[in-house]
Design a protein. Sequence first.
Length: 301
Amino acid sequence: MTVEPRSIDVRTPGYPQGRPRTEPEMIETEIDEDDPQLWEPRRTPGWAVPFTAVTGLAAVAALILSARSAAGGSGGWSALALLFAVLSGHAAGYGVYLGWCPGRRGPRMPETTATGTAFSYSRWGYYWYVSLVGLAVTGLTVFALLSFGNGVAGLLFAVCTLLVCLAGAAVAGLMLCLAPGRLTLTPDGLHHRSLSFTQYSPWSSVFAVEPVEIGHERAVVVEVEASEADRIRHYLPRPLRPEHPLLPSIVVTDTWLATDPLLVYETLWHYHANPDDRAELGTPAALERILHRRWTAPADG
């Protein structure tokens, strides 16, 4: 299987906002049958090591402070220090997760669902992200409630902080409602349940499947020429909606996938190039093909 390098068109018609998209930093690679490497080895984000070290030390220091406060009879300070220790510990854990886990996932097989063959998102990714947001919201809420008795300035600070906490809780809650995300291949098209939106594109809209790097992440991009059959549904209000510059293309990254992105890329490539094989999606035949990686190039002509 030979993959030619390809630039992503950031002005794909049908982008919901009707404006040019900002192209993220991408590093493209070219492979041939003798060199199956699609991506460079995943790079640890430059901030991950110092961030993990600082938050880890902060967690240890907060634990010591919590123990000393408890021994001194200051239960309130002890509880706050303990909460900060748990928050800092989870921040350090999230840094370790980002720097270590995505680059070491094996080729976990997809699931057969009622509609097709599905590659799921990692539940650990949800745990670290949502727990970190939840702990931060909890800590800020406690701090805001303690500020209510400090005059007008304290009242304004508390109200603004609680509004931020409400927004954070809403985003985390929505992620849990949609969890776990997944990319489902069906005979008629691709269904993608992301962190805060869902999308569908028929195979007829797909014109390329690309392995790219976005920042430090390895990603698979399914490039889509949007039509009336394509659907995107956002679940967050626009002010809380993160920017998705490559929509309506489908993008899955190794940070969230529960499997090696190479397997996802190869599977998408095969079924995009071989329409006659799409009827097997959602059946054991598709799993058998993926397990043994029986990929075939389309016939000439």
